[in-house]
Ligand binder design. Structure first.
Ligand code: HEC
Length: 106
């Protein structure tokens, strides 16, 4: 009897565990996207507006964005190495025309 109860408790545990893990992973993705978006909208508009970035959305690969952001840092963009990674990881998967980089109605 004790064994059966133990078995049921174990099954219950197994069913419960994946849910919080999945939720935590989802949150991590959302918050790094939010950070990247905030960084671009704050640091990448110091010399030109986001239209310049918008024009390249969906056209550059990850390497292309890496090169561009590295060049921007060379020009003086105030972006650290971790921030650069966040920005590149976010920009290269954004489809053409995505807000907030692209103004609405494009
Ligand atoms: C210090 C000034 C400055 C900052 C800050 C800056 N840029 Fe630029 N950016 C430029 C200049 C100047 C050009 C045009 C000359 C060139 O392309 O090298 C340019 C051009 C671009 C282009 C078009 C050319 C290409 O290679 O596609 C993109 C895209 C771009 N910037 C993205 C960004 C992003 C993303 C950020 C934020 C990480 C950023 N810029 C921050 C100065 C800046």
């Amino acid at each position: 009897m004790v064994k059966i109860l133990f078995g049921i408790a174990l099954m219950g545990l197994c069913a419960l565990v994946p849910l919080p893990v999945a939720l935590a992973a989802g949150e991590a993705v959302t918050s790094s996207d939010a950070k990247a978006s905030a960084l671009v909208m704050e640091r990448c508009i110091l010399c030109h507006d986001t239209r310049r970035i918008c024009e390249s959305l969906g056209r550059k690969g990850k390497d292309g964005w890496d090169k561009t952001v590295t060049r921007m840092i060379g020009k003086g963009a105030p972006v650290g190495p971790e921030q650069k990674q966040l920005i590149v990881d976010w920009l290269w998967i954004l489809p053409e025309g995505s807000a907030p980089v692209c103004p609405e109605g494009q």
